[in-house]
Design a protein around this ligand. Sequence first.
Ligand SMILES: [Zn+2]
Length: 376
Amino acid sequence: MTTDQARSAALLGGRHADLVSWTDDERPALLGHYGAGALPTWMTLFYSQVAAPDRIAYLWERPPLPEAFASRVDDDPGEDGGVLGRTFPHRLPRGPARARYQAWQTLPDSDRALVELASYTARRLDLGRDDVTDFLLVSFSSVDAIGHEFGPDSLERAASLAALDRHVGELVTSLVEQSSGRLLVALTADHGMAPTITQARRDGHASDGVDTRVLATTVEDALTRELGPGPHVAALLYPYLFLRPMAADVHARAVALAVETLRRQHAVYGAWPTAQLEQATDPVAKLFWNGAYPSRSGDVALALEPYFSPVQTGGNTLGANHGSPWPYDRHVPILLWGDGVEHAVIETPVTVEALVRTLALHLDVPPGPNDAAPLP
Ligand SMILES: [Zn+2]
């Protein structure tokens, strides 16, 4: 079972989940499926109650924080803040219910509703009650949303992590009781985040926002000069450039030209034909190859220089973004806790795939040919 945005639910639930659910983007409602049918009514009803206008927090106040975080600046010029504004207390916007609900979905209080839903669903489905292992996957989104608006070094991000810590604690407490202590908890993240441009410059890095539409136009112009009138570029959906359908020989020239043009741009670290990623020697190209699906991933893969990020919608260079191959984006926590896990801190780099193998070991699942080694 999973709960959150549709795209997280699809990824976490895979093809064989018994129940998959995610929240609607515009109103306090739950979508998804259970077995071959619709979500149970008790579940949709429960969510519409815990996310109802009379249950949500309209105000997000500055919480008490550990010393290391409490000194962070609240009003930083690199912050966006959007409809929430840049300083505590943050207030949900007045006006249309839809805008208010969407703003609420970015706040830690929306994770509170998710925890209530997950705990209730676990009880209703009798998870952890018999000798068959049950999987419950929950995706929390507020830390990401707050990171986009205020940056990963902001007071708001520290406050959102403190709230997440509390919410995960509440969920674990309820699941320990539910399973009579037979519980294994794994916590990780799907990505990190770049600092805001302001913060990166303060730290002494060259940093800027990059409008990917401008990059696409630059490539289009270069292709038009060499190949004749276009359009040749279908889209630049970072980190991939997609070309329009064209004859195979023209396509090969267009890819080579696009790569060459992109590599000349000062904010671009590298560009590679997606079809040749497997042979590329650059370590960043190798990372792309791990995630590429050549028939769908676009024709050219590109990486921006460290601390250069695609700008937010509408050319807004405030706030922060993710999606790069650099350590601030790829270094995430992995925590394992519960039944049979001894206390240890692992200082050597491990991959998230190692976590998958570790969980499989707990279930006596034999390793597959492409499986990573488990956590040390
Ligand atoms: Zn994000």
